[in-house]
Design a protein. Sequence first.
Length: 722
Amino acid sequence: MRLASPLSELVVIPIFGMGGLGKTTLAKLTYNDSLIANHFDVRAWVVVSQEYREQEVLKGLLNSLRGLNHESGEESIEKLAGNVLKILNDKRYLIVIDDVWDIEQLNKVKSLFPDNNNGSRIILTTRIYEVARLASHRSPTYRIANLNVDESWNLLHEMVFGEERCPPELKKIGKMILMGCRGLPLLVVLIGGLLYKSERTLHYWNYVARNMRSEIAGTDYAILGYISFIYNQLPHHLRACFLYMGILPEDYEIRRSKLIKLWVANRFIKPDRSKSLEEVAEEYLKDLVDRNLILVREWSYSGEIKTCSIHDSLREFCLMKAEEEKFNSDVEYLPEFHDNLRQVSILTDLKNKIPRFALTRDRDLRVRAVTFFIHNSPNDVHFITNFRLLRVLDALSIRFQEFPVEIVELVTLRYIALTYWMKHRFPASIAKLCNLEALIVNPGKFGSIFNTSFLPPEIWKMSRLRHLLFVRSYLPYPTHALKGGTFVSLENLRTLGNVINFRWTKEVLKMMPNLKKLVISYEHDGRTEWSSYCFDNFVHLHQLEVLKCFFFAKCYIKYHDPLLVNFAFPQKLKRLTLSGYRISWKNMTVVSSLSNLEVLKLKFHAFEGPVWELKDGEFRRLKFLLIHMTDLEQWEVDKAHLPSLQRLSLRYCYNLVEIPSGIGKIPTLEEIELCECKTSVVTSAQVIKEEKESLGNNGFKVRPFPIGLSLYTFSSMLKKIF
């Protein structure tokens, strides 16, 4: 194996092949292999792509090396490169450089990595043979071969029929359909997605074979011809959602929750009286994933899509089709905007380019959404106020010092995402945005996570709000509204976080009847009675499915008496995070009795005491359990207590003696994750792994969790509300 060969010098291993052959997939399988991971001190993955931006590449490298989504702010290229060198120096590393397009890119990226003469390796993927050839003189190029006919058919059969038998009359026509795929896995899976979602009849398969040939005949590039045919087979309600993926930068990974909000704000979702817009959007996303038009990059602990992306070839098609339909653009220069443009994606620094953009009244009225994917000065973005019918402003990459008050005149706005550097108050005039559905604010850098957003009382007038998301926010208690004022309720609000020290009286709950996700924090001042916050009223949030609740004392590292908090949780709750709660494990019944709970995260001494003894009938549906920073010593459990558990994570459990053997007898358990635990805990995990393997479960994993600075961990914890 070239990755673990005895050669001590730095070796670059090129993987070459045309788009759609699976270069990235092969690199990813290698990168994630447990034997490979254990061989290297550090690993990192960075995407270069055709639109090469050196600063973004360096930030991506640092994030991957640190295992954290760290904001590098406005650090210079030289400083970022120095940080990369500092981390890699004297370490045996594995770096994957994905999607390199030319020699200049190759030379720039290779220059970042030191030759430590200790067996470090670089894997490089490229479509360009000359790049692969020049990448390394010590290692031959690995060229991925196209699938043969039988391999293509086996892949198609598995996607369409699974373990079912394919009718003989379909097999012949199926192989005819595959002839035009030229053995490209991407095309095979796209065809598989189409046939999987369609009628399995000879008539339809003949229709596909006949019309696909004519579609390909009309294009110079077979891949785009195939994608064009598949796009034309899409139901009309899915087309805008699919084309929207073209505004994303190459290889961009977007969170499912954000994508859903953007689809809803852009009105791509067809209303359904029996479902919310978000629920319908979830169905659209699942449909596009089933068709292999959107790739799932990460799954949540409960089996939901967490992040997703789009293949480069599909993105190229989206850009081409969107230009035809005047749907969107990822142009680098504003003067190139189309006259009928609806979606604008900013992928470059706008400095000194705005004056070149001659705004016209007609164009002003056509733009519906502006999304920034690169850092720009707040002074460079005032042009957005010219778009009088703007619905979406996604400017998280721009760091504002204060709220851009001029945007309150854009009354058609439905979605706003902003980043602040400093503490900030929202003006009362924000209530002018009577159509606003989503307000998202990010602090911008680690030092700002303790800054607070102060919302005005007028926020209670904004009845169309569906999502209010902050890292820290003060939401004023609606005193005026409760005394018969003119305020209305937030009856459409579905997501609220992170609000601090808010009182959950019954009157407030009536004003938020549809809340589904809530993130709250309480900072104990030693004077306020905990009962005044009315935690027992949570039981009346009948639609609540996700709750994250954090408690902080004046010095949150030092723990004294348990909190006198009486919780009562709604039965619909699926995901619960508690932090700093500090009560006895004997009081776990309030949590374990939740019949729909699938994910439970206990952080920063959420529960305390040396012994936790589970009882029969508890946690019937729990799939993921995290125990983080606790004084727990002994844990008594058997397979009857956690019958659905799939993943167990133990982090900073310094006193825990071992993982109970009963955990290993849970048939659904797939993985144990450990961080900073005793050697005896690691040993017990390995024993469980050996027992699982002896029963034929070779996929069971015991893996370490990357250790980061505790402050970074805290920052990451808070930012997950977005």
